[in-house]
Design a protein around this ligand. Structure first.
Ligand code: NAP
Length: 237
């Protein structure tokens, strides 16, 4: 029995692909968002080979026309939107070495891209009986954790962390706007995971990272609104 339809942005690889797989195993029909249709089609083929009801959604969240076309071409309902697509647009850099151009690129995808995709698909979500939005963010966006790290030895960056802080703020604003609707909007940190994004460093697999994303994507009606979570529970803003 189908549990409905989900859309995962940036699902051709990494945590997004494993989120699509896990949602599929949980009974969802899954739209595999991919800005490269060829890579997206390969992921869809692989997921179908795993028995998942997957379909390709060409989708570049940094491009108005692409997002508009994806929403216009959508058929049927939408119950879950996972805003997973994200980038650091290169290596992390000290703020004093971060270019304005890189900040623009990162914010265009990580923040504006989430607004663009969410606004395009919200009318469909509002027609669902159990709509959920999960924004894939990072502990690097937590002002509290970053402040606690002072002076710290962890990574610093002028673009990626601030973009995830802005995404957390956007998550809260959507949660407030939609507080009297069934749409539950939450932010999730998947944890440090071996993907192309991290140069495949670390022991954590994309499938492990996807688990907490899927938990919030499938949470019941009494689930949280405007929360920030990792696999261990609530994170400080
Ligand atoms: N890995 C970690 O340790 C970690 C930790 C905290 C948070 N995160 C977050 O988790 C999410 C997934 O990251 P990942 O580790 O799975 O990285 P990844 O393997 O590099 O995957 C990123 C995905 O986002 C897509 N993407 C980038 N820009 C896009 C755009 N403008 N439009 C549509 N898709 C776009 C990529 O597409 P292409 O293949 O075309 O580039 C790819 O499918 C990101 O939001 C990241 O910030 C990751």
């Amino acid at each position: 029995m189908t549990r409905g339809t989900a859309l995962v942005t940036g699902a051709n690889k990494g945590i997004g692909r494993e989120t699509a797989a896990a949602l599929g195993r949980a009974g969802f029909r899954v739209g595999v968002g991919s800005r490269d249709p060829g890579l997206g089609a390969e992921a869809v083929d692989q997921l179908r080979g795993e028995g998942i009801d997957a379909f390709l959604v060409p989708l570049d969240v940094s491009d108005d026309a692409s997002v508009t076309a994806a929403a216009a071409g959508w058929t049927g309902g939408l119950d879950v939107l996972v805003n997973n697509a994200g980038t650091s647009a290169g290596a992390l850099e000290r703020p004093s070495a971060t270019s304005v151009e890189r900040v623009r690129t990162v914010f265009e995808t990580n923040v504006i891209g989430v607004l663009r995709a969410t606004n395009a698909f919200l009318p469909l979500l509002l027609r669902s009986a159990a709509p959920r939005v999960v924004n894939v963010t990072s502990s690097m966006g937590s002002l509290t954790l970053q402040h606690d790290e002072l002076p710290g030895s962890g990574p610093v960056d002028g673009a990626y962390g601030p973009s995830k802080t802005a995404l957390n703020a956007l998550t809260l604003q959507y949660a407030r706007e939609l507080a009297r609707t069934p749409v539950l909007v939450n932010a999730v940190c998947p944890g440090y995971t071996a993907t192309e994004f991290t140069g495949f460093s670390g022991a954590r697999t994309p499938a492990q990272a996807a688990a907490v994303v899927v938990r919030l994507a499938t949470v019941g009606h009494d689930g949280p609104r405007g929360g920030f979570f990792d696999e261990s529970g609530a994170l400080p803003w």
